[in-house]
Design a protein around this ligand. Structure first.
Ligand code: ARG
Length: 460
């Protein structure tokens, strides 16, 4: 017999490397609870359609209940041959109740089973994520209410631009999170459909009342095409997109706070609980929590990109490629859960430094207000913008700040300047003038707080 050059490893049985390559138990064991609950409901559906007797159904449901107890107490022992969570649970059921266990999989395939399991699992996780997100929004809203008096520089291009309320900055992040919450609700509706009954691809040949089964499992509805039902992973893509965008939002909060907590800004002091030291430099206090929040956005974008590439060009229905959906999904859920809670912790425990915020406000940031002063006296904005620029230059030449310019000098730039120009040089007044809906005046910020509070209350 001639030996194949490449055949040395093949034995006729599955190559052990292939066993390991093919197995998903290492990660899909997380699905143990939904897999078992789904099977219990399926056993009842089989009984309703006359495929199980009442006593067979009882044996199966009780057997599955005992396996739930094993997982819960940590006594479930995985075997070498357990390829995935579905085969592991079924193997164990056979060990416990014997041949009748073999009736459970009637008309079912791991294809509709796994799609159902993942949807059940994600639906429950979304409930937790929603709560974490609401807590984060509530923490921002509470702080915004308590610290409404604080002003700090607002930036564009990271250059000092105009004074704003600290609360306005806080809420600018909260609104992004509110959209994240809405987006999560919207995608949750598309997660909440049951594929079970789709069989391998063509639908089960037995009279399973899918609507009743779905209702029993708490699903809002059923998938309407068995071929689509077993292959649809859009809900995972949508979730990964949601997670990526929500993480990008957290990364932007993190970046602001990393800057604001630096010695150069000094607007906030992070609680020790969310900071770490340096192993080399004794003076260091590093914003690691925030840096991790910033960094994780890259990881989540990677998960989204990876899975959407996996789906591209797949032939219809189930292909093993789809097993690649779980690791990114599980990691995205864990990352988001941790990140939302950490962000909430950081935000609710940091200390503000009003004096540093105040010291960073410089009169140049009121140059726009100076131009607006002239606008109120009938000067076209394009002109007044130019004149205010000339005032900034004049102050620079005289080595004084804008408010220190003599009225007579200002009047050389435009005759509309009068003694009341003094009133321009108040940061409070500047902020209060921005009283438009969505602006940074006290009233406008209080309106945002009220809006978000009632939005939160409606969801409770
Ligand atoms: N472990 C598999 C997965 O996660 C379960 C489905 C297997 N189906 C199959 N036809 N081999 O996708």
């Amino acid at each position: 017999m001639t030996k194949k050059l490449w055949g040395g490893r093949f034995t006729g049985k599955t190559d052990p490397l292939m066993e390991a390559f093919n197995a998903s138990i290492r990660f899909d064991r997380q699905l143990w609870a939904v897999d078992l609950r789904g099977s219990q409901a399926y056993a009842r559906a089989l009984e309703r359609s006359g495929l199980l007797t009442e006593s067979e159904r009882t044996e199966i449901v009780d057997g599955l209940e005992a396996i739930i107890a094993e997982w819960e107490s940590g006594t479930f022992v995985l075997q070498e041959e357990d390829e995935d969570i579905h085969t592991a649970n079924e193997r164990r059921l056979t060990e416990r109740i014997g041949a009748v266990a073999g009736k459970l999989h009637t008309g079912r395939s791991r294809n509709d089973q796994v799609a159902t399991d993942v949807r059940l699992w994600l639906r429950a996780e979304i409930v937790h994520l929603r709560a974490h997100l609401e807590q984060l929004i509530a923490a921002a809203v509470e702080r915004a209410g308590e610290e409404i008096d604080l002003l700090l520089p607002g930036y564009t291009h990271l250059q000092p631009a105009q004074p704003v309320r600290w609360s306005h900055w806080l809420l600018s992040h909260a609104w992004a999170w509110q959209r994240d919450a809405q987006r999560l609700d919207e995608l949750a509706a598309r997660v909440d459909l049951m594929p079970l009954g789709s069989g391998a691809l063509a639908g089960t040949p037995f009279a399973i009342d899918r609507d009743l089964l779905a209702a029993e499992l708490g699903f809002a509805g059923i998938t309407q095409n068995s071929m689509d039902g077993v292959s649809d992973r859009d809900f995972i893509i949508e979730f990964l997109f949601w997670a990526t965008l929500a993480m990008v939002h957290l990364s932007r909060l993190a970046e602001d706070l990393i800057l604001y907590s630096s010695r150069e800004f000094g607007f906030v002091k992070l609680a020790d609980a969310y900071s770490t030291g340096s192993s080399l430099m004794p003076q260091k206090k590093n914003p690691d929590a925030l840096e991790l929040l910033r960094g994780k956005s890259g990881r989540l974008a990677g998960h989204l990109t990876g899975l959407i590439m996996t789906l591209k060009g797949l032939p219809s229905t189930y292909n093993k490629d789809l097993q690649e959906d779980k690791e990114p999904l599980f990691d995205a859920v864990a990352s988001m859960s941790g990140s939302l809670q950490i962000a909430c912790g950081v935000l609710s425990t940091l200390q503000t430094r009003p004096a540093a915020m105040r010291a960073a406000l410089s009169p140049e940031m009121l140059a726009t207000d100076l131009a607006e002063y002239l606008v109120r006296r009938g000067v076209p904005f394009r002109e007044s913008h130019h004149i205010a620029g000339a005032a900034v230059r004049m102050a620079e030449v005289q080595c004084v700040t804008l408010p220190e310019l003599a009225l007579a000098d200002l009047q050389k730039l435009h005759k509309a300047f009068a003694a009341d120009v003094e009133e321009v040089w108040s940061f409070e007044q500047s902020v209060e003038r921005r009283d438009v809906a969505g602006g940074t005046s006290r009233r406008a910020v209080l309106a945002q707080i009220a809006h978000l509070r009632s939005w939160l209350a409606e969801r409770a």
